[in-house]
Design a protein around this ligand. Sequence first.
Ligand code: BGC
Length: 362
Amino acid sequence: MRTPFKAMLAVSAVAALALTGCGRQDTATSTSSGSGAAASGTMIGVALPQKTSENWVLAENLFNDGLKAAGFTPNVQFANGGVSEQQNQIQTMVTKGAKVIIVGAIDGSQLGTQLKAAKDAGATVIAYDRLLKNTDAVDYYVAYDNRKVGQLQGQALLDGMKAKKPNGPYNIELFAGSPDDANAQVFFDGAMDVLKPKIADGTLNVVSGQKEFAQVVTQGWKAENAQKRMDTLLVGNYTTATLDGVLSPNDTLARAIITSCKAAGKPVPVVTGQDSEVESVKSIMAGEQYSTINKDTRNLVKASIEMVQAIVKGQKPTVTDTTQYNNGVKIVPANLLAPVIVTKANAKEAYANDPTLSALTK
Ligand code: BGC
């Protein structure tokens, strides 16, 4: 009985994601009118990964609308079929003459050949949200500050547990994202900046002993993988011990972790998240999920389009960081935006300018 029910849950979670994603058609924050001779009709490729979280779903329309409004011809593709589909899509963008190619990679290490082809054809390559690794064929990176995201998550986990129970020690478990996504390790390292000293001094106890990135990853950022691992952790480690908190790298996984705890008849621990997905904001307002991160997709797409406009006009795009993002071959100049931690306490203020999310905080 358990498996079919879970399978049903997984399917409806995907359907809900698609639906809520479609429901959040926030208007593209308009970019400064970019038309002008240089932009007119210039093709811009946008290669997005799988729809593993709502931010990617939102990005599609924002790129299409924002690039059109700036006078470009967008070519926006998802690679739901996986890495080879994304490789083919990028190659096709090169063949069609895209002037700039924006890439949200499924696996940032697997696109070297296609990115080199893009550079050889004279295109500029921008890594979007996820860094492109082990290649010199990437010009810029535009993303929210990923290390900071992890640090905010680690701090939120501590704060949330302290608010529930003023004195430790606290029993926790750690989850990370998909190991093929360059961001997953960065989020985890950021969180461990905060949590490691507390593990070392005995404030935190990772009862399963699973503390290394490789032990706590969630392949494909899939909810069902996180749910299965949480089920196993609960059975193996929490028959008598109480689980106080779980580090979750994003909202989709946070909800899967909460579902697992409830199914096991356990109290819901403090669980972190990321992305401000509709269902997680509802959960936070209902007092279940503890925190999320606001990385407003409208602003990230806007920053990307502004970068494209500067490149097409032959100007230098905005770069805020020239030290942090070493991709194995070069340090990629980055425009990093600031993420914001959101809990029930500041949700109203944090989403004040987001019509969809602010409606949930009333
Ligand atoms: C993004 C997160 C997202 C995750 C899964 C990451 O690369 O930065 O916002 O939750 O991918 O889609």
